[in-house]
Design a protein around this ligand. Structure first.
Ligand code: CO
Length: 219
């Protein structure tokens, strides 16, 4: 059997499986979604967001790209973020990187990969900002691991620097921003960073609405 046909068959089995424990499962799915979490992960096939977090359909609002980047001119990611924060009112946004990330690894070479050079440039910029720390690590694997961790922390900062997140922080005291690392070698997730609503950022990134006093309470 052709491999893709197995997927369609597996889907039929999955539907039966779901219905056998919960006959109304799909009827409920069709009416609404109230996910508590937004997930920004790597496109890597070895990092399936729902499976490694034990979450069910309806629980994760997912965006994935090469090396889990948060690029402030990426309208795709920003649209997902705005919808998640302003409409779905998610409480947490998780950036999940992973060790042995091909995107990060290749960004640290000087090889010409064609179109994707433009995407990998953002990772090269992260390297340049943290070059002293990265270059001081002698073991190549430890160096790449650290680069993956630093990349996630930078992407969490990039999230905090968006007006979408800062407005929600000021008005609604959410979402909490998380940076996690998935270890392909063990299957475990590790918490790398956590920014709570209202965390001070470098002042140039803090929008001026923070300076405005809250409106006085009506008598
Ligand atoms: Co990756």
């Amino acid at each position: 059997m052709e491999s893709y046909k197995k997927m369609l068959l597996a889907n039929k089995a999955w539907v039966q499986d779901k219905l056998s424990v919960d006959p109304q499962f799909f009827e409920r799915q069709a009416t609404q979604q109230r996910p508590e979490f937004m997930w920004i992960g790597c496109s890597d096939s070895r990092v399936p967001a729902e499976e490694i977090t034990g979450t069910q359909p309806g629980e994760l609002f997912v965006h994935r790209n090469v090396a889990n980047l948060v690029v402030h001119t990426d309208f795709n990611m920003l649209s997902v973020l705005q919808y998640a924060v302003e409409v779905l009112e998610v409480k947490h946004v998780i950036v999940c990187g992973h060790y042995d990330c091909g995107g990060v690894k290749n960004a640290l070479t000087r090889h010409d990969f064609g179109l994707i050079n433009k995407w990998l440039r953002y990772i090269k910029d992260v390297y340049r900002l943290h070059r002293r720390e990265i270059d001081a690590i002698e073991d190549p694997r430890a160096r790449l691991d650290r680069m993956v961790e630093i990349n996630v922390m930078e992407q969490v900062n990039n999230l905090a620097e968006t007006s979408i997140v800062q407005r929600a922080w000021k008005k609604f005291d959410r979402p909490v921003l998380h940076g996690w690392i998935y270890d392909l070698r063990t299957g475990y997730l590790k918490e790398q960073a956590c920014l709570r609503p209202g965390t001070r950022l470098e002042s140039i990134y803090m929008f001026d609405f923070w300076d405005q006093a809250p409106p006085p309470d009506k008598p």
